[in-house]
Design a protein. Structure first.
Length: 234
């Protein structure tokens, strides 16, 4: 699958500020593939929405009834299809980022290789969402703590090809000593995303890949795995 996550793991401190610097260098080296991935993700979302709209328009013209139950049914079916496709592409984007962060060849084809992880990823997303919801209901702070502890579960699931509960276990284990760093990482990601929005939204095409790479690099750092390093001029 190209992720290469087969070596031994160890709990190590991550460096968010250093990670964003490495992410920027990697983005400059791989910007065509990384921007292409973002554009592909958007195009699939847009394409599914257009197909849904066209089918609903045809049904409306054929029946002449704006209250026909077929319209919300089509809308709901395509909504589910779109969500599944976005999760599938999201897994592929994670695999692509792992490959780039390791200094491996960046291939856009990785974007379409998330199928084997799809069901486990959906199950993990549901459990993660439940955990976040419960945490936020309990006066917000537990929700933040939950996010700082288990944000890396998705990486462990895909990179180590492990089960859902094993991914949670690994994430909790590697969060030790890294929750403050995870908080800093979150602040940096919000800052970069805000800068992208301020640039008329166009800057998100750059900010989104850099943030994704930063998270991936932090995951590799905290789990003691090799990360690509820029050459130092001598």
């Amino acid at each position: 699958m190209g992720s290469g996550g087969s070596g031994a793991l160890s709990v190590q401190p991550m460096d968010p500020s250093g990670a964003v610097s490495i992410a920027w260098e990697l983005f400059k080296l791989n910007f065509i593939v990384l921007i292409g991935a973002i554009v592909t993700q958007f195009a699939l979302n847009f394409g599914i929405t257009i197909v849904s709209s066209v089918i609903q328009m045809v049904i409306l013209q054929a029946t002449g009834d704006p209250n026909t139950p077929a319209l919300p049914l089509i809308n709901g079916v395509f909504g589910i299809i779109n969500q599944v496709v976005q999760i599938w592409i999201g897994i592929g984007l994670l695999l692509l980022n792992l490959s780039v962060a390791r200094g491996q060849k960046a291939e856009l084809s990785l974007l379409f290789t998330g199928g084997p992880y799809l069901l486990s990823y959906i199950g993990l997303s549901i459990l993660f969402g439940i955990g976040m919801t419960i945490g936020l209901i309990l006066l917000i702070v537990p929700g933040i703590y939950f996010a700082l502890t288990y944000w890396s579960t998705f990486y462990f699931l895909v990179d180590r090809n492990c089960g859902v509960f094993e991914a949670f276990r690994l994430a909790g284990e590697h969060a030790k000593g890294n929750r403050a760093n995870a908080f800093i990482m979150g602040l940096i990601s919000m800052g970069l995303s805000l800068l992208g929005l301020l640039a008329c939204g166009v800057g998100l095409i750059v900010a989104a890949p850099v943030v994704g790479l930063m998270f991936t690099i932090c995951y590799l750092q905290m789990s003691g795995q090799p990360v690509w390093q820029p050459r130092v001029a001598t």
